[in-house]
Write a protein that binds this ligand. Structure first.
Ligand code: C2E
Ligand code: MG
Ligand code: MG
Ligand code: MG
Length: 278
């Protein structure tokens, strides 16, 4: 028995564990280099409204890795957050997104589009966040009325007044706010009521089985009703087929995003899609 425990204690020196640590260090170095060498780019996924017309897009970051090709955020966002690299990365994402918005303003077929940008809790928590966003808007010439910032419920673990103040400062120039992945977090409804949000985004985990799981159907309907009673817009993510779209529409949700309409694609492809479906 005691020998067994002794062997367990030796787990600290487990070579596979060492491999994990080494890989992590290497990945972090690669991430850092990737940021310095501008290997990150944005893909755009359409957001659609009535008549399946494109009203805007969500910008989704991709890593154009020199050897591995396009890498999705699931493989690096957590490490970026833990290492603090999400700060320079998030700054670059906002710069690229705002530069894109500014270009759209000059194109008659694209000028009406909004652009949603994901902001990590750590990024939003920075004291300089509001100043950074305002200076990026100023420098790029983006129309703040077309910029939507997506926050997740994880921002709400902090001082609520600080969050409200930051949101208010950005809303004062026209920026709007969406609460991403709504329903899977742990924020209380009393926080939700206090935040100056514009939109709730129904998490795709509720959309997936909306036609077969009565619980998911009830949750989705409840989120729509909650949004309506709080005076907020509501959009559903992860819509993969027409039946899901139509179910959501009958439930009172008139904005959708998902593979059924368009996958996240490089900018030129999105612009062509938006022009065709404007
Ligand atoms: P999210 O913000 O909830 O973005 C939606 C995710 O769902 C995207 O994954 C998108 O490709 C995927 N998706 C869209 N439609 C469908 C569908 O119909 N079915 C399914 N199964 N999936 C769909 P992606 O691009 O891999 O991004 C994953 C997450 O990474 C995002 O979730 C977001 O939390 C984070 N992320 C992406 N870009 C950024 C960024 O620039 N900054 C930060 N902080 N996080 C980002
Ligand atoms: Mg999002
Ligand atoms: Mg989401
Ligand atoms: Mg999500």
């Amino acid at each position: 028995k005691s020998k067994e425990r002794g062997r367990n204690a030796m787990c600290f020196f487990d070579p596979t564990m060492q491999t994990v640590v080494v890989e992590r260090v290497a990945m972090e170095a690669a991430l850092r280099r990737g940021i310095d060498e501008a290997q990150f780019l944005l893909h755009y996924q359409a957001q659609v409204g009535a008549g399946n017309r494109v009203t805007g897009a969500e910008a989704l970051v991709r890593w154009q890795h020199p050897e591995r090709g396009i890498v999705a955020p699931a493989e690096f966002i957590t490490l970026a957050e833990e290492s603090g690299l999400v700060l320079p990365l998030g700054y670059k994402v906002l710069e690229d997104a705002c530069a894109r918005l500014a270009r759209w303003s000059g194109e008659p077929e694209l000028a009406h589009l909004t652009l949603a940008v994901n902001v990590s809790a750590q990024q939003f928590r920075q004291p300089g966040f509001v100043g950074d966003v305002l200076s990026i808007i100023g420098r790029t010439g983006a129309d703040p009325n077309r910029l939507k910032l997506e926050l997740t419920e994880s921002v709400v673990v902090d001082n609520v007044q600080d969050i409200i103040d930051k949101m208010a400062a950005l809303k004062a120039v026209g920026v709007s706010f969406s609460l991403d992945d709504f329903g899977i977090g742990y924020s209380s409804l009393s926080y939700l009521k206090q935040l100056p949000l514009d939109e709730l985004k129904i998490d795709r985990s509720f959309v997936r089985d909306i036609l077969i799981d009565p619980n998911d159907a009830v949750i989705a309907r409840t989120i729509v009703a909650l949004a309506q009673s709080l005076g907020l817009d509501v959009i559903a993510e992860g819509v993969e087929n027409e039946a899901q779209r139509d179910f959501l529409e009958r439930a009172g949700c008139h904005a959708w995003q998902g593979y059924f309409f368009c996958r996240p694609v490089p900018v030129a492809e999105f612009e062509a899609f938006a022009s065709r479906n404007g």
